[in-house]
Design a protein around this ligand. Sequence first.
Ligand SMILES: Nc1ncnc2c1ncn2[C@@H]1O[C@H](COP(=O)(O)OP(=O)(O)O)[C@@H](O)[C@H]1O
Ligand SMILES: [Mg+2]
Length: 183
Amino acid sequence: MHREAERLVRLAEDLGRLSDAQRPGLMLTKEHVDLADIARERVDAVNHQLGEHGLEVDVELRPAMVDGDPARLAQIVDNLLSNALRYSDPGGTVTVRTATHDDAALLTISDTGIGMSPEDLPHIYERFWRSEKSRARVSGGTGIGLAIVRELVRAHDGQIEVQSTAGAGTRFEVRLPLGTLRP
Ligand SMILES: Nc1ncnc2c1ncn2[C@@H]1O[C@H](COP(=O)(O)OP(=O)(O)O)[C@@H](O)[C@H]1O
Ligand SMILES: [Mg+2]
């Protein structure tokens, strides 16, 4: 009962965030910010949880300036990190990287977890969609995290790509335009 109640609270929160993220002309307060700083802060915030789950964290943060809303960018990192945690078993590694490439800032979050099959990939950004395997896992998510991520990436004129192999792991790459605002 208690766990179900917690799940419902999380669902309500996630739904609120999704409808926020989908509002046309979502109000972003854009600042000249370094994705590396945001990633570092969010990794620090969940480092303990990752450790408790028996996961190594491998961090390689190079400066990657973007014009973005720090709170929304943090949410992108949080949602991808929570998936890496939730869909990995003890002994795995979660890797977080930021860098620039050509005219883009990159954020990469990879895991050595359960991965996804090719049939699953077209659905992962759909609201409420969760793979068969995920639904069997103890710590249930609500199936909204990636829908939020996609909207927030879109609101920042970016793209997101995923590569995944069932049983081996998953890698999400978020690509955002390099920042041009004055610091
Ligand atoms: N890192 C990952 N490894 C394996 N599967 C993943 C990963 N991230 C997302 N998925 C799959 O995509 C589904 C949707 O993800 P998400 O929208 O964050 O929902 P939730 O985490 O609440 O289930 C998950 O249920 C899972 O099946
Ligand atoms: Mg999730």
